[in-house]
Write a protein that binds this ligand. Structure first.
Ligand SMILES: Nc1ncnc2c1ncn2[C@@H]1O[C@H](COP(=O)(O)OP(=O)(O)OP(=O)(O)O)[C@@H](O)[C@H]1O
Length: 247
C-alpha cells in the first residue's frame, strides 16, 4: 500500500514551548489512523501543521509523494485534503443539503459561487448521495441548527467527505456525541472507508471509539510519538498506560 501522507520530523515551537517535537509517521491508502494522547500533547498542533493552518518550525509533509509543507489550507483543499474541527462548523440556518453543497464548493475552492448566485455547481447530486450515505435523508431539508448535537457531528463529518477527498483529518468526531449516535457515526465512518476507500486520520479522546474504528493508532505524549501500532498492541503498551495514568 502506498503512503497518502508522509510526515517527517515535524516540529512546532510556540516561544519556549515545544508543542510538536520531531513527529514522523505515514498514512497508507485506505487506512484509518487514530491519533490519541493526553490533553496538550500536541495533537491539534500537529494537525494544524499538516493542514497549513500553522507553519511548522521544521520538518516535511508529503501528499502522494509531493512536498506540500507550508501550503495554505485552500491549496491543500484543492489537492484533496479535508478536515473537521473540534467545534462544529455547520451553518445552523442552512439546511443539511445546503451545508453539504457549501462544503463541496469549499473543497473545489469555489466559495465565490456563494457571492454570484445560488448555483450549486453540480453539487446537489453529490450532496444527495452523501445524505443517503450518512443516513440523513429525513433531515435533508431541515436547518442544521435544529438537528441534535450528534446529528450535527454526523453532518460535520459528511461535509468533510464531500468532493471525494484524498485524505480527511477528523478532529474529535465523537466528542460530546451520545452513545446511540456514536454507533451510527462509527458505522458510517467504517462504511465510507470500506466502500469509497477513504483514507483518514482521527484525533479522538474516546478510547473505545478509536480502538474499534482504527487499523493503527499513534499515541503522542509531550510533543513526541510514544507508540504506534495496532489497537491491541498500543492498548497494552506500558509506556502508553503510564502516559494516561500519569495524568
Ligand atoms: N497558539 C498557541 N500558542 C502558544 N501555545 C500553544 C498554542 N497552541 C497550542 N499551544 C500549546 O502547545 C501544546 C500542545 O497543544 P495542542 O492543542 O496541540 O494539544 P492537544 O493534544 O491537541 O490537546 P487537546 O487534546 O486538549 O486538544 C500545549 O502546551 C498548548 O498549550
Amino acid at each position: 500500500m502506498s503512503a497518502v501522507l508522509e510526515v517527517t520530523d515535524i516540529k512546532k515551537n510556540f516561544g519556549g514551548i515545544s508543542a510538536v517535537d520531531g513527529v514522523s509517521f505515514d498514512v497508507r491508502e485506505g487506512e484509518i489512523l487514530g491519533l490519541i494522547g493526553p490533553n496538550g500533547c500536541g495533537k491539534s498542533t500537529l494537525f494544524n501543521c499538516i493542514l497549513g493552518q500553522l507553519t511548522p518550525s521544521d520538518g516535511e509533509v508529503k501528499l502522494d509523494g509531493k512536498v506540500v509543507t507550508g501550503l495554505r489550507p485552500a491549496e491543500l483543499n484543492k489537492l484533496g485534503v479535508s478536515r473537521t474541527f473540534q467545534l462544529l462548523q455547520v451553518f445552523p440556518k442552512l439546511s443539511v443539503r445546503e451545508n453539504l453543497i457549501l462544503a463541496g464548493q469549499e473543497h473545489q475552492g469555489n466559495m465565490a459561487s456563494r457571492l454570484v448566485g445560488r448555483s450549486d455547481a453540480g453539487l446537489t447530486e453529490a450532496a444527495n448521495q452523501m445524505i443517503g450515505f450518512f443516513k440523513l435523508d429525513h433531515l435533508a431539508a431541515e436547518p442544521a441548527g435544529g438537528l441534535s448535537y450528534g446529528q450535527q457531528k454526523l453532518l460535520d463529518a459528511a461535509m468533510a467527505f464531500m468532493g471525494g477527498p484524498r485524505l480527511v483529518l477528523l478532529d474529535e468526531p465523537a466528542g460530546g456525541v451520545n452513545p446511540s449516535m456514536l454507533a451510527d457515526l462509527k458505522d458510517r465512518l467504517v462504511a465510507i472507508n470500506r466502500e469509497k476507500n477513504a483514507t483518514f486520520v482521527v484525533i479522538e479522546h474516546n478510547m473505545e471509539f478509536v480502538m474499534s474504528l482504527c487499523s493503527r493508532v499513534m499515541v503522542m505524549a509531550e510533543g513526541k510519538v510514544l507508540a504506534m501500532g495496532r489497537p491491541d498492541e498500543v492498548r497494552k503498551d506500558p509506556a502508553v498506560i503510564e502516559a494516561y495514568l500519569g495524568h
